[in-house]
Design a protein. Structure first.
Length: 636
């Protein structure tokens, strides 16, 4: 008997109906007819349960997971196709990555067959996904500079020194030696086979207490002298020297190792971060460490790790083993079906205490603090499925999040909610030494808890009016708990709604628009800017259908990302509330690891330069000449 085989195709046509027509076709590429089968598909589109479709029955749906079956009696002959047409879907599809990501056909005898999946086309026109590296753009003839990203605040150098074989440590304080050794190990991991550090050029190191945290000076002359007041400053200086050496080796026509002069450098912002969503996809500890290494070479110093979402929970909490046993996994027979390209088998990961310590310690060794996020009260569908006692047993009706997960928010009226979260926070406090814990607060549905009698009992003339007033009560209660542990609170910008969290000892991440940060600052919040229009790496880089990513916030080309000018239109009295900048990488599309480098690099370097370099010193043409020298994480 031959083995059944199938091909899954999809096409989007925006010219038919509003917002467009989605056609999904299953082609029988085997040599035997099949009937009585079902098709399960994960994607970034959503066909809502009450939406009419042609050619199929929608048997089950959760967010972007769909289980479909043909009409009774349908037979798919060899070489024939079964087509499903949907005209009322969740949103306009703008890139091929909105299409099917993983799929499985279950035959009438229970056999599961995985089809070949063809990237979704636009109006039937053939094409190929765009996965490329931005070309290096040489400097103008006769122009030279130093090859440093982020570019230093002040560069006044001249001449050209014969290239040393390596950067060495000459003499200086123990903090400088430790920084040298850590940077040497970092370079070995990032550039295997290259020698950037050794014994050739003996750099003299000097302790200069007049320099602020993270700042450094490099004086070039007969000797090279590096001055700083702390380990971060020495580390930054050694990274700069190694970048200068590497660029001068690889592109001597554009880059020099100076013979004389000085570099005086200091970070523009204290918070220079990058966020990674480890809930939607599976990232191993070694992959996270590789990403941290690329952050460090860009002089970024805050790693925001998004540890949970509706699609998965990643932190082991000893008091609640159900999280590790159930909420961390997707697949047939699990509490979560396959989602967002995950395979049709048990798939997930949980980070145990030793895993977390390994990530945290790795970051600290290269100047990066890891800031954990547990996203509450929303984005908790998997938690509520694993711990059903956290739901009001008398709750009626269904509300849905923007990602179309039903009833996914922890209930602020239940005592059990706070018992659970105290255990979670206790674990976070034990494992993450950073002074901040991020508690989410984003994208709670307007109608959350509207069917919960216990939540309703908290509202009224003497209570909290509306969903976001309840959220404010909830977040303030968690904020108070964090304060008891000596921790400060981070959250997304929606945590200011309904009365908000207290502005004292907290910061909010402005993500919807750059203008959001200004409004938060005027309300008294410390602000980290991460506007999707500039700093979201899940956004596609052009409008081309074959460009991977999403574009609900527009497209973010490399030049657009680099052009971000934080707080340029803020009033003077709000400027002090801007504590920094960070990028965000949401990973709905990153089941395909080939897309990681394309989406992240060199946009990571663009955000790094924005967070470090004075706006007046930035130069996109110079950046394009240097960016190809920056490292990429080796994942998978």
């Amino acid at each position: 008997m031959s083995t059944p085989s199938f091909r899954l195709e999809a096409d989007w046509n925006p010219e038919i109906s509003t917002p467009g027509q989605l056609t999904i076709s299953l082609v029988n590429t085997g040599d035997a007819p099949v009937s009585g089968f079902t098709l399960a598909v994960t994607s970034l589109f959503r066909i809502k349960p009450d939406s009419p479709i042609e050619g199929a029955q929608l048997l089950d749906q959760l967010s972007n997971y769909h289980l479909l079956a043909p009409e009774d009696g349908f037979v798919l002959e060899p070489g024939s196709r079964w087509s499903i047409v949907a005209r009322q879907i969740s949103h306009t599809l703008r890139h091929y990555t909105y299409g099917p990501k993983s799929a499985a056909i279950t035959l009438s005898d229970g056999t599961m067959v995985l089809p070949e999946i063809v990237p979704m086309t636009l109006k039937g026109e053939p094409g190929a996904p765009i996965i490329n590296t931005p070309e290096r753009q040489p400097l103008a003839d006769g122009e030279t500079t130093i090859s440093v990203i982020p570019f230093p605040a002040k560069v006044d150098v001249s001449g050209q020194r014969d290239l040393p074989a390596a950067i060495g440590f000459g003499a200086g304080p123990e903090t400088a030696r430790s920084a040298f050794e850590a940077t040497s190990r970092l370079a070995e991991r990032l550039f295997p086979g290259e020698t950037l550090f050794g014994d050739s050029l003996a750099v003299k190191c000097a302790d200069n207490r007049a320099l602020r945290h993270g700042a450094y000076d490099i004086a070039f002359g007969d000797d090279v002298t590096l001055s700083a007041s702390d380990m971060d400053g020495f580390r930054h200086g050694f990274i700069t020297l190694a970048q200068i050496l590497r660029g001068a080796r690889r592109h001597p026509e554009d880059f020099t190792f100076p013979a004389s002069g000085i570099i005086s450098d200091a970070p523009r912002f204290g918070w220079r971060g990058s966020h990674l969503d480890v809930a939607r996809q599976v990232y191993t500890v070694s992959e996270i460490k590789a990403f941290l290494d690329t952050m460090a070479w860009n002089k970024l110093n805050r790693f925001h790790i998004h540890l949970n979402d509706d699609e998965g929970w990643r932190l082991d909490v000893p008091e609640y083993p159900q999280l590790a046993e159930k909420a961390a996994w997707r697949g047939p027979g699990e509490i979560l079906p396959p989602l967002l390209g995950s395979p049709f088998e048990r798939h997930g990961i949980i980070y145990r205490a030793d895993d977390v310590r390994e990530v945290v310690d790795h970051g600290l060794a290269i100047g990066i603090e890891t800031v954990p996020e547990i996203d509450i009260p929303g984005h908790c569908y998997c938690v509520l499925k694993a711990l059903p006692h956290l739901a009001d047993p008398e709750e009626t009706g269904i509300y849905r999040s923007v990602q179309y997960f039903p009833n996914n928010a922890l209930n602020p009226a239940l005592d059990e909610t706070y018992v659970f979260l105290e255990a979670v926070i206790k674990t976070l406090v034990e494992l993450f030494p950073a002074k901040w814990i991020h508690i989410g607060g984003d994208e709670v549905a307007d109608a959350a808890w509207s069917g919960s009698p216990q939540a309703k009992s908290m509202q009224g003339p003497n209570g909290w009016e509306g969903t976001f007033a309840l959220q404010s009560y909830f977040l303030k209660r968690i904020q108070s708990l964090l304060s008891q542990y000596g921790k400060e609170t981070g959250a997304w910008e929606e945590a200011a709604l309904g009365g908000g969290v207290n502005a004292d000892r907290s910061y909010l991440v402005a993500w919807k628009k750059s203008e959001s940060g200004r409004e938060l600052a005027l309300q008294g919040y410390d602000v980290v800017l991460s506007p999707a229009e500039y700093a979201y790496f899940d956004m596609a880089q052009s409008n081309d259908w074959w460009e991977p990513g999403a574009s609900w916030a527009g497209t973010v080309s490399l030049e657009t990302c680099y052009s971000f000018t934080p707080a340029h239109d803020w009033p003077d009295d709000a400027q002090s509330k801007l504590i920094g900048v960070q990028s965000c990488l949401w990973c709905e599309n990153l089941a395909d690891r080939k897309l990681f480098d394309h989406l992240v690099y060199p946009r990571l370097s663009a955000i790094a330069e924005t967070s470090w370099t004075p706006a007046a010193t930035k130069d996109f043409r110079r950046f394009m000449a240097i960016q190809s020298l920056m490292p990429k994480a080796r994942l998978g």
